[in-house]
Ligand binder design. Sequence first.
Ligand SMILES: [Zn+2]
Length: 175
Amino acid sequence: MGRSSNQNQNPSGVNQQPWEPRRDNIVPEAGHDAYRNRKQPAEPAQCPSCSAVLHNGHWAWMDTVPAGAQKAKCPACVRIEDKYPAGFLTLGGAFFQQHRTEILNLVQNESRAETAEHPLHRLMATEEAGDGVLITTTDIHLPRRIGEAVRHAYHGTFDYHYLEDDTILRASWNR
Ligand SMILES: [Zn+2]
């Protein structure tokens, strides 16, 4: 299912209850999440903003929309509309400033690939912050994917931690 990247240990030590099943295994898209815990619309449904389709409990990109699909906003579009990110990633440092364009290209490429695989995982905004940028996302997985890709390509330091019962991820990469 392409979710193996979510099963890494959490070096921050936030998830220390080994008896507690990973929520990723229960909630298909992105773990415990207040937005996702809202009542799902009746199926099938299609988001009028992004065209993702709710089918069999998942929001998916589908070439053919099921007959009788109702209009219902997907959780990612609701977050974007509410300006309520789940993921926060800062990229900064002197090296970042020198290689800003190529690093931000990598950010875009990783985001597009993640969104193609997981419709609810999206880049929200990139804004100036300190000696770098703050990237916000609709989910808690995309900041890790981006940060690990940037570290893989450019080294530097990447850290992250989960907050609010794993509903928020804050991450930073610096070089
Ligand atoms: Zn949508």
